[in-house]
Ligand binder design. Structure first.
Ligand code: CP
Length: 308
């Protein structure tokens, strides 16, 4: 089987079959990653550049590790240490890199739509590693893989996505993916951090009451407040946000249900999530990070394989 798309720009463009193919391929790669020899020759002679125009810890390391495990040749580009600071455009930067015979581009950019723009202008396959507030497709895929691994299903799963929905590309990719796979989604947060027409546009439930959402869900995917993307205050203070929407052990004990806790990272401990929840047995946060490597191996392998 092959993916229906040349690029991975967003979950929005994937079919249900594409998602199933990526998740099952990732499961095979996760098995490979448990072996003493974790490297396979699948992408030998494939050259991949990781273009990061915005900061990253998990995604960048995870892509680089996935590429190395697949035996690809990898190049890393950091905007702040490049000729972008001298005024070079995105397209010129990428075309110069591609002229050195690069096959695939992994890109993170603060502008929503930047990878879509590139896809219209260059021949290489592009993987979106997060674009502005639009999508973070490999995060959506690794989140789904981790939910399925822990709960055994996606169809019928009740997932609460909690926090700054308005500025979160992770929320968007999760919503697209979970709805395509038959999960139920509730978004939770202050009214100012939830897009107005999200219920009608994406067929999700909306609540401003965290406890109500926790009494309903199987999985709570907790998001960071994206202060760097807010150009005006959208809630009174982090302390008050924590009181209304922070997940504490006391709150989970009051709810009295065995909820799976997820977070894409980076966590702001004591704001959206307390440490005794983030580090508890309910939490699969580090499993998400582990699974990210297998999921990204699957994406890179399937996109490269599509060309053959
Ligand atoms: N989850 C995520 O995208 O983390 P980074 O910003 O560290 O890559």
């Amino acid at each position: 089987m092959k993916l229906s798309t040349k690029h991975l720009l967003g979950i929005k463009d994937l079919t249900k079959e594409d998602i199933q193919l990526i998740l099952s391929t990732a499961a095979n790669f996760k098995d490979v990653l448990q072996r003493p020899v974790k490297k396979v020759p699948s992408l030998r002679d494939v050259t991949i550049v990781n273009l990061f125009f915005e900061n990253s810890t998990r995604t960048r390391i995870s892509f680089e590790l996935a590429e190395k495990r697949l035996s690809a040749d990898t190049l890393n580009f950091t905007a702040s240490a490049s000729s972008v600071s001298k005024g070079e455009t995105l397209l010129d930067t990428v075309n110069n890199i591609l002229s050195m015979k690069v096959d695939m581009v992994v890109m993170r950019h603060s502008a929503s739509g930047a990878p879509h723009f590139l896809a219209q202008h260059i021949p290489a396959a592009i993987v979106n590693a997060g674009d502005g507030i639009n999508e973070h497709p490999t995060q959506g895929l690794l989140d789904a893989f981790s939910m399925q691994e822990r709960t055994g299903k996606l169809e019928g799963l009740k997932v609460a996505i909690i926090g700054d929905i308005m500025h979160s590309r992770v929320a968007m990719s999760n919503i697209y993916l979970l709805k395509k796979m038959g999960a139920e989604v509730t978004v939770v947060g202050p009214p100012t951090l939830i897009p107005k027409h999200i219920k009608e546009a994406f067929d999700v439930n909306v609540t401003y009451n965290l406890k109500e959402a926790l009494q309903w869900c199987d999985v709570a995917n907790v998001l960071r407040i994206q202060l760097e993307r807010q150009n005006q205050p959208l809630f009174s203070s982090l302390r008050e946000y924590n009181l209304a929407y922070g997940i504490s052990r006391k709150l989970l004990d009051e709810v009295g249900r065995d909820i799976v806790i997820m977070h894409p990272g980076p966590i702001n401990r004591g704001v959206e999530l307390d440490s005794d929840v983030a580090d508890s047995n309910n939490s699969i946060i580090l499993n998400q990070v582990e699974n990210g490597v297998a999921v990204r191996m699957a994406v890179l392998y399937l996109l490269a394989n599509r060309e053959n």
